[in-house]
Design a protein around this ligand. Structure first.
Ligand SMILES: *Cc1c(COP(=O)(O)O)cnc(C)c1O
Length: 467
């Protein structure tokens, strides 16, 4: 029986996988979640030990897409997505200490874990669009990692034109060049003379009034609320756990967290039968989730810029998916909470908080602690962490409840993406870009500078897309 998808606010049409792939937000403002989760027995999970990454991905993802994508097609799309990774294991484990491990999720084309989802998402979209004989426009705003991962995921797609807005002269040079040196004709980098919030506001307004596009085009979002992105991230939790003795011993994960997409995938893996003991939410000073677990209050605060910019958020958009489960999948309750949250803060019920605390632990890590951690791991293990991953290993040690189980930190980015943070940690050696990006600074760039003006951006898009 195919899995259907329902909205967290309980008042939007139920969709199949193809529908949810093309949908962004549900029409009631909620996020789509699967109506039920596939379950894997201990025996089935043991059987995953001998599988390579694409084979395992097929096992995990097939039930989610059943009815929309045939097995052979799915297998081909998965193989293509992970063939673009530069390590044969796709997601290799590295040991730092007794029972302390790092899962390297940065061997994809853009050196951050977002490639795991976006390499697959681009291929899934192109596949269903070809079948429907439709073209779409993807529009997104980025302050860093998401933009380049989305561009790499879509650059070879025949049925997609992608427009990524970044704040002109306000993203790091590595991150900008990873976007602007892609020269495929369907890729459009727009440097907006404003800040990231301006870019994001333009994208939001464009989705509300998508009528600015020609009639035969619709607008698709690839931000982290897209269900297919979450789904793809479930796979590596299984992959790491079975490599470390799962399911016959439980494994802990520490996850550098921003929008709560990555760690929510870990929560789903556990709900699908994988024995996971601790799931640690590791945050920088933008610690809305840590404060929630500590106080029971979910409250927005102003943004603080940190040395781990991909986790600089004020609210975690995917948290609504967890709320739905914490409130027994009662869409009306979630609707009410999210409405009340417009005021900036909500208090969760006693029973929701008891449940949340039994599912997650949390730790907030300062910039100073992050630098100390990068330096410490470098001195003790000769291993270089990026600032996001260092928040993860710090939190892993700080939050550990017992030493018996392996603790796996998700290494979400390659240190060469964040050379300033590495230098600030007192490491003299510069983190080198891997060979496929070694000439990044010599490649020609292509981008268009536009004023901070919605009409100008939309006009540019309409004039640029092929008819
Ligand atoms: C996006 C990102 C994160 C945060 O992931 P979420 O799914 O938003 O919680 C952490 N580290 C890096 C390097 C990222 O790019």
């Amino acid at each position: 029986m195919p899995i259907n998808y329902i909205s967290t606010r309980g008042d939007a049409p139920t969709l199949d996988f193809e529908g949810v792939l093309l949908a962004g937000l549900a029409s009631d403002g909620g996020l789509y979640v699967p109506e039920r989760l596939p379950q894997f027995s201990m025996g089935q999970i043991r059987g995953m030990r001998s599988m390579d990454y694409p084979s395992l991905a097929f096992e995990i993802l097939q039930p989610f897409v059943e009815g929309s994508i045939d097995n052979e097609d799915l297998r081909r799309l998965i193989d293509g997505a992970y063939a673009s990774f530069r390590h044969d294991a796709v997601a290799p484990l590295r040991q730092l200490d007794t029972n302390q491990w790092v899962l390297e999720l940065f061997h994809g084309p853009t050196l951050a874990f977002k490639d795991f989802a976006l390499q697959l998402l681009g291929r899934l979209l192109d596949f269903v669009l070809e079948r429907r004989q439709e073209r779409v426009v993807i529009m997104g705003a980025t302050s860093g990692d998401t933009g380049s991962a989305a561009i790499e995921g879509c650059r070879h797609c025949q049925y997609i034109d992608i427009f990524i807005l970044h704040p002109h002269e306000r993203v790091s040079e590595v991150q900008r060049r990873q976007m602007t040196t892609v020269n495929d004709s369907n890729v459009h980098n727009l440097a907006v003379k404003g800040n990231f919030d301006d870019c994001q506001a333009m994208v939001k307004s464009s989705f509300v009034g998508a009528g600015f596009l020609p009639e035969d085009r619709s607008l698709v979002a690839v931000n982290s609320i897209n269900w297919a992105r979450i789904m793809a991230q479930i796979v590596y939790y299984f992959y790491a756990a079975v490599a470390l003795g799962g399911p016959d011993r439980a494994v802990n994960f520490s996850v550098p967290t921003g929008n709560f997409g990555d760690i929510f995938a870990g929560y789903l893996a556990r709900s699908m039968g994988l024995p996971i003991d601790q799931l640690v939410i590791a945050t920088n000073r933008n610690d809305v989730l840590h404060r929630l677990l500590t106080s029971g209050e979910y409250a927005r605060r102003s943004l603080e810029h940190s040395i781990s910019p991909s986790m600089d958020i004020t609210v975690s958009s995917n948290f609504e998916r967890l709320l739905f489960d914490l409130y027994d999948r009662n869409g009306t309750a979630v609707q009410g909470l999210m409405q009340a949250f417009q005021g900036g803060a909500i208090q969760l019920s006693e029973s929701a908080m008891t449940r949340a605390r039994s599912l997650f632990s949390s730790c907030c890590v300062s910039d100073d602690e992050t630098c100390e951690e990068i330096g410490r791991v470098w001195r003790q293990c000769a291993y270089m962490l990026d600032p996001h991953s260092a928040i993860g290993t710090f939190a892993a040690r700080d939050s550990r409840q017992s030493g018996g189980n392996p603790m796996v930190t998700l290494a979400t980015a390659h240190p060469a993406k964040f050379p300033a943070a590495v230098a600030a940690s007192g490491i003299a050696e510069e983190p080198a870009l891997p060979p496929h990006l070694a000439d990044l600074f010599a490649r020609p760039e292509k981008f268009t500078v536009l004023p901070n003006d919605l009409d100008a951006v939309q006009r540019y898009m309409v004039e640029t897309i092929p008819t």
